[in-house]
Design a protein. Structure first.
Length: 256
């Protein structure tokens, strides 16, 4: 017997409920009904990544398009520019972004350009170019800001945490839809939010959200918590462990 069978029945039941809700509820007074196959993901020592399925039911009798944005957690990010001086690479300047998502992915039932115009995509923060990046330290938007924001986006894409192409949204029958998102092994822990939009004739007519929590477990969680909550203690422990490792290696080599 496969252990995934209960989850399949759970997802099937949730999808059935969403379908009934979409058919029996007036379209003008209810938000878009969406849910996730998992609401919690644990990062452990053998974690190699995870897949999450978002599913939902459109309002009305069918038709239109679906766009889903999954992002989080929002945290400050520092982007530094290095320069080579006397053969050594040194940090020359930096820009601090007050908040930026650690992960960003989009799902769509078609081309984003065909579903929504530029104004609507910007208003709903759909697409990498529309991620809200707020610089700190008096940096104004302009050529300098653009260089650092572009560098941040490139770095996240190279890490596999930002996606340049949307995942395909699949329709099941008239009202149901689903889309899969993949998390790499280096996905940051925190709170994530999925926002699904139903689009009719180039306008967002309904939206729904679902939350996801990714947490470290076991020894990884204790090390991560110490490093972030008590960095001075983490630094002391790291130095002590390094000294002990050096002493142990020296003792072994003396005996041999």
């Amino acid at each position: 017997m496969k252990t995934e069978t209960p989850n399949r029945w759970k997802c099937a039941g949730a999808v059935l409920c969403l379908c009934v809700l979409a058919v029996t509820t007036p379209a003008h007074c209810e938000p878009l009904a969406v849910d996730l196959s998992h609401h919690r993901i644990a990062i452990h020592s053998s974690f190699t990544g995870a897949e999450v399925l978002l599913f939902g039911a459109i309002r009305g009798t069918g038709g239109g398009d679906i766009i889903v944005v999954l992002s989080g957690p929002n945290q400050p990010v520092v982007v530094r520019r290095k320069a080579r001086m006397a053969g050594v690479w040194l940090n020359r300047s930096e820009v601090v972004f007050e908040t930026a998502p650690g992960y960003y992915a989009v799902g769509a039932s078609g081309s984003l350009d065909d579903i929504l115009d530029t104004r609507q995509r910007e208003a709903n923060r759909i697409g990498l170019n529309n991620i809200k990046l707020v610089p700190a330290g008096g940096v104004t938007r302009g050529s300098v800001f653009n260089k650092y924001s572009d560098a941040l986006l490139r770095h996240k894409v190279n890490q596999g945490l930002y996606f340049t192409e949307p995942s395909p949204v699949e329709f099941i029958g008239t009202n149901l839809f689903r889309v899969r998102f993949n998390f790499p092994s280096n996905v940051p822990p925190g709170i994530y939010q999925a926002i699904a939009h139903q689009v009719d004739d180039g306008e967002v007519v309904a939206s729904g959200t679902a939350d996801l929590v990714i947490r470290k477990t076991g020894m990884e969680a204790r090390i991560y918590g110490t490093a972030h909550d008590s960095p001075w203690l983490y630094g002391i422990l790291a130095v002590v462990l390094a000294l002990m490792a050096g002493w142990l290696a020296s003792a072994i080599f003396r005996r041999t």
